[in-house]
Write a protein that binds this ligand. Structure first.
Ligand SMILES: Nc1ncnc2c1ncn2[C@@H]1O[C@H](COP(=O)(O)OP(=O)(O)OP(=O)(O)O)[C@@H](O)[C@H]1O
Ligand SMILES: [Mg+2]
Length: 388
């Protein structure tokens, strides 16, 4: 939760986390339970800030997500060739008009650039003069059921969705430099159930896909091999786990409880690292395959920026760097007002990016002097986009 004052940086009022229930691989599998998780989180925030929350910017991810790049052309309608908002809406509508299977839908259209009479690089064509208007867009696609289940969950607790934004677009706001986004950078978020892989170029998202594995994949394997509970396995990974065997020591011994939590064995850090490494390598291979599909492996002057709780795993940056032969840095949101130092963590990149994203959108409505109506237009725009 944050406060936006015109002309000022965002002031963070509160941040909190709860265990996420009712989700699998980033998709909601139990609407009621997921709704309860969201509600619990919102209540904690409300108590923290003393403000009632009725609507929110909602970030989404999930293994059904992918992107398509498309373009469209329209003739400018006006006789004096001044491009209007109707022309822009028409070209966007046409660009997002792609044939999809019945169970998939367009969740978001990202305007990459406009081309007016052959001149490219235009960010906003309204008011410019030309006869032929082209739009290049990136379309984020997801399983219709996944998006509707998210809406049902927020609907259960009467939380109004201001806008639904793909998580990586939000995280990019808090951890990517404008120059990186312009020249080419991959943002990889290793969460619990999913890994989001996104490529930004020319300032915007160009490609994205979401793997159905994340840090919990490693935890589960540790639990199975060490014959311990998921809770213990997560604790072991987070305190004594390292991403690869070369980073582990034979001298460090780790206590492992059995499934009943009673008996304790000692296992060397080396053994634990071997188990983790097998899964880490597998994930590296999957990530590499996606980046290759994006056709961006040799177009990454910004390298790879790693976010999500999985970025905490000791040594993961080095292993990724070696595997991909691309520089890797961890994406930590920094330089924010009202931020206690414990907020500067890679797993908060998305929510903090969400505040920055919201702040930018609210600024637009203030500048329009339309206040609320400016904001409502945006909401309607999203609803049109989703249902239209
Ligand atoms: N110190 C640590 N070392 C290794 N892994 C860690 C550490 N801290 C957290 N993690 C892992 O990070 C993962 C959770 O990350 P995050 O909070 O970004 O996920 P999420 O956003 O809730 O999930 P998703 O993005 O998949 O919906 C868990 O698998 C957790 O074990
Ligand atoms: Mg996440």
């Amino acid at each position: 939760m944050g406060e936006v004052n015109y002309g000022e940086d965002i002031h963070i009022l509160g941040i909190t986390t709860v265990d996420s229930q009712g989700l699998r691989k980033g998709n909601i599998i139990d609407i009621e339970t997921a709704a309860r998780s969201i509600d619990e989180c919102l209540h904690k925030l409300e108590r923290m800030a003393g403000v009632e929350i009725s609507n929110a910017l909602v970030g989404y991810s999930g293994s059904s997500i992918n992107t398509l790049n498309n373009r469209a052309v329209v003739a400018v309608g006006n006789s004096n060739y001044e491009i209007t908002s109707e022309d822009k809406a028409r070209v966007l509508q046409s660009a997002r008009n792609v044939a999809l299977p019945l169970d998939r839908c367009v969740v978001q259209t990202i305007e990459r650039q406009y081309i007016i009479d052959g001149y490219d690089g235009v960010k906003d064509p309204i008011g410019m003069v030309g006869s032929r208007l082209e739009a290049e867009v990136t379309i984020v696609i997801a399983a219709t059921a996944a998006v509707q289940n998210l809406q049902r969950s927020t609907g259960k607790i009467d939380l109004q969705i201001n806008k639904l934004v793909y998580n990586s677009i939000l995280a990019a706001e808090s951890v990517l430099l404008p120059a990186e986004r312009e020249m080419g950078v991959a943002l990889i978020d290793i969460g619990g159930g999913t890994t989001d892989i996104s490529y930004f170029e020319g300032g915007n998202l160009l490609c994205a896909s979401v793997l159905p594995v994340g840090g919990d994949y490693i935890t589960r394997d540790l639990a199975i091999v060490l014959k311990t509970s998921l809770e213990d396995a997560a604790k072991i990974k987070e305190t004594d786990g390292v991403a690869g065997p070369s980073q582990a020591s034979d001298d460090v011994m780790v206590n492992v409880h059995n499934l009943h939590g009673k008996e304790i064995r000692q296992v060397s850090q080396q053994v634990i690292a071997d188990i983790i490494y097998a899964r880490v390598l597998e994930m590296m291979e999957m990530i590499y395959t996606e980046l290759k599909q994006f056709n961006c492996l040799d177009k990454l002057p910004g390298g790879i920026v790693l976010t999500g709780g999985g970025a905490h795993l000791a040594g993961i940056e080095e292993i990724m760097e070696d595997y991909m032969d691309i520089t890797v840095r961890s994406g930590i949101p920094e330089n924010l007002r009202g931020v206690q130092s414990d907020i500067s963590r890679p797993e908060y990149a998305t929510v903090i990016g969400g505040l920055i994203y919201s702040g930018k959108n609210i600024d637009i409505s203030y500048e329009n002097k339309h206040g609320v109506s400016g904001l409502l237009n945006k909401v309607n725009y999203w609803l049109r986009e989703f249902f239209g």
